[in-house]
Each structure stands twice: as C-alpha cells, then as structure tokens.
Design a binder for this molecule. Structure first.
Ligand code: PBG
Length: 323
C-alpha cells in the first residue's frame, strides 16, 4: 500500500504537526448581558454559567476575561418593560444603561474592543428589530432610528457597530451617519446572513426581548436558503461593511464556507444562545463530554471558514485551558 494516511495520525506529536486549524483567544468575541442596579449578577436559566451583570460587575467580568486573553466583547442590554416604546427611544438615552456601560468599559479598559448591538428589539415594546405599524415591520423608518442608535454608541466609545436587525440598506445608512459625525474609524460588523432561527430562544429570555406578535421571518432569512446569503453579502460589501457575519453557526456551516469562498472580508460566525444551551443541557445530564464537544464545535466553525467566533463558551474554554 503506497498511501497510508494513518501514518500522519500515529502520534500526538505528528497529529499536532499536521493539524490544519487552531483555536486562539484572539478568535473569540464574548457576548455579555447587562442589567440595571448595583452588584447584580443574575444567571440566565436557559444558559447555565451565563449571567446578566450590573455595570460594576460587568467591569469585573471584562477584567477577568482580559486576563484570560479575551479582548473583544459584544454588549447587550436587558431593559425594564417600562422603558420600552415604539421608537426605541431609550437607546439614545445618554444616561441610560447601555450607553453608560459602553462608556464605563472603554474608560476602564481602553484596550478592550467593544462591539455594540444595533437593533430595536431590546428597547421596543413590540419586541421587534424594526419599527412596527399595523403589524408590519417598516424598513426605511427603521433605518433612521438605527443610524441614530449607531452614532450614540460610537459617541459612547464603541469600536465596532454590529447591526443585527436585517433591514435593507442599513449598512450604508449607518456608515454614512457615522462618517457625517466624524466616526470614520468606527467599524461595522454586519449580521449579513442572519436566519430566522429557533436557536435564539435563550437570548430572548436573557433580554426579555421576544416578539410580542408574529415572528421575524419578514426580515431574517429563510433557513432553506443558501444563495440568498450571497445577495446579502454582496450588498454589505458594497455598502461598506468591515466584517460579514453568519448566524447561527452550527446549522449554517455551509453558509460560513460560502461567505469565506466568495468575499474577502473577515467572516464572523455567531455560535448562538440555543447552541450553547443544547450543550449545557446534555452536559448536565451527563450525556456529553462538554469539554470535547465544545472544542469540536468551535473547531468546526473555524474550519468552515470563520475568522471570528462570537461564543458564550469563550471564557470557559480559556479559563479551563481547553484550547
Ligand atoms: C436581535 C438579536 C438576537 C440575537 C442577537 N441579536 C435575537 C433575535 O434576532 O431575535 C441572538 C443571539 C443569540 O441567540 O445568542 N437583534
């Protein structure tokens, strides 16, 4: 036999020598949830090990992550229902929870890369990512709201703005608004191919942001579609995005690969809340070795072509030295 591929698997040393993909702390973005109050830390029941932090505890969490080598954070606010309205006005409140959290993280840890979420759902009394009228999610009115939100976040110190609401034309609209205000150096990580997914359930628990009626299928993509991701990717490239994201990750590895093969921008993948919850539930029952399963999943996402992985596993993977 001339070819015996097993020769390259015969020892740990050789296996490591020929390993094609590696995971590093710099691959990860760690999503963090924020709540009002002092010294608060409430666990999300569907995401064991993941908490909502008040700003004081958020700063401690960021500090401990920085020590582990995690440098990038994506922040999401959990707001009281009384602050929510039709136009997401709380998103512009400079003394409100979210903008304050961004300022605090950046002033305490200027070296941290702060990624901020642009979408209406955490602030919307309708629980939708866009402006709602007669049960419809209106695109163009939403763009104005998103652009103001992005500028407010940039003013607070955001390094990267991440629009997650899938409105048409939003990358260009936000890019121009940022540039007009002098924020030419603030980047845009676009949720380019974001699918209408069942795997966002635990995230909506974390923020209490589930839609009050209907679903998100008129703006998020149909899980049956792959080529449509190329349309979104081409538009985001033209409109000035700096990163293209695919979300969720696990059920969409083909889409990650497709984006990597077709676009030269860095590709991000969001290993979402439901993907995290599945692993934790199985691990709690003793049905899976979570260390091995988590590393294998993250490796799969990387191997598919992700340059950057947003994952709730980031901290445990590094703290436990699983990679
Ligand atoms: C909404 C948003 C969602 C997530 C990030 N931003 C949920 C949704 O679209 O309903 C999900 C993230 C996760 O599940 O981890 N703008």
């Amino acid at each position: 036999m001339l070819n015996r591929p097993r020769r390259n698997r015969k020892s740990q040393a050789i296996r490591e020598m020929v390993q094609e993909n590696h995971l590093h702390a710099s691959d990860f973005i760690f999503p963090l949830f924020i709540i009002e109050g002092k010294n608060q830390q409430t666990e999300i029941s569907s995401m064991p090990g993941i908490f909502r932090y008040s700003i004081d505890n958020l700063l401690k969490e960021v500090e401990s992550c920085l020590k582990l080598g995690i440098k990038s954070f994506d922040l999401f606010p959990n707001l009281e229902e009384s602050l929510k309205d039709k136009t997401a006005s709380e998103s512009l409140n400079e003394s409100g929870l979210y903008l304050k959290a961004i300022r605090e993280v950046k002033s305490n840890f200027p070296e941290a890369c702060v990624i901020t979420d642009v979408a209406m759902d955490p602030y919307s009394c309708d629980g939708h990512d866009g402006f709602v009228e007669n049960g419809e999610i209106l695109n163009d009115i939403t763009l104005e709201i998103l652009a103001k939100m992005a500028v407010a976040q940039a003013k607070a110190g955001a390094d990267i703005i991440a629009p997650s609401e899938m409105m048409d034309g939003r990358v260009q609209y936000i890019r121009e608004a940022l540039d007009d205000e002098g924020f030419t150096n603030v980047s845009i990580m676009s949720y380019t191919a974001k699918y209408a997914s069942a795997f966002y359930g635990p995230f909506r628990d974390a923020l209490n942001s589930a839609p009050k009626f209907g679903d998100k299928k008129t703006y998020q993509m149909n899980p049956g579609n792959q080529r449509e991701a190329l349309i979104e990717g081409a538009l985001d490239m033209q409109e000035g995005a700096d990163f293209l994201m695919v979300k969720p990750a696990l059920a969409y590895l083909d889409v990650i690969k497709l984006m990597k093969d077709n676009f030269d921008l860095p590709i991000a993948a969001y290993n979402v809340s439901g993907e995290y919850a599945m692993i934790k539930a199985a691990a709690q029952k003793g049905w899976l070795n979570q260390e091995k399963a988590i590393v294998e999943i993250l490796m799969g996402i990387k191997r598919a072509g992700a340059d950057v992985i947003l994952t709730y596993h980031a901290k445990e993977v590094l703290a436990n030295k699983w990679i």
